[in-house]
Write a protein that binds this ligand. Structure first.
Ligand SMILES: [Zn+2]
Length: 171
């Protein structure tokens, strides 16, 4: 499955975006406690633990920030990039991650385009912040039947230990 060698490619705002027509989505899991033990290119299967919830990067309470974007994206984007139209999220697809398959005793603390978040920070939140009442450490799992491929796994100032996984939706 070599969809990363991509037909249409553009460089915008220093973010390499590959616009795919075959339904590739990149999902980002941020603020993880430590760097997950995965290499870029590694395959992720249903039920696999991809990380432990943490508070690294710009976070002051342990939580998971999850968001997504169309295409195969290999570098963390900013929420501003979404507002600017450089990155295109897919909120409907994102909703399929948000359940107890992803994290035990999940609690959404900041919703997609949360009203209070926008008033406090002056930008839209194109993702979900999730916490959990489960016993520490809280494991985050890949709950999709699609196989995922790790496209980024590193520390980012804003998103802390951050793993990004691309997958191809069924047509
Ligand atoms: Zn967030």
């Amino acid at each position: 499955m070599d969809y990363f060698g991509a037909p249409i490619e553009e460089v915008k705002n220093d973010i390499r975006v590959v616009f795919e027509r075959c339904g590739v989505i990149t999902v980002r899991f941020a603020h993880l406690m430590e760097k997950p033990h995965f290499k870029v290119g590694q395959t992720i299967s249903n039920g696999q633990v991809i990380g432990i919830m943490g508070d690294t990067g710009a976070s002051n309470l342990a939580h998971l920030h999850i968001d997504n974007a169309l295409g195969c994206i290999r570098k963390p984007w900013k929420l501003r990039d979404v507002e600017l139209g450089l990155i295109h999220p897919d909120p409907r697809e994102l909703n399929w991650h948000i359940d107890e398959g992803m994290m035990d005793k999940i609690k959404v603390t900041t919703h997609y385009c949360d009203y209070d978040y926008m008033r406090e920070r002056g930008k839209l939140h194109f993702g979900y912040d999730c916490s959990s009442t489960a016993k520490w450490p809280v494991k985050i799992r890949w709950n999709r039947s699609y196989k995922g491929t790790v496209v980024y796994n590193d520390y980012d100032e804003a998103y802390g230990n951050c793993i990004m996984i691309a997958y191809e939706r069924r047509k």
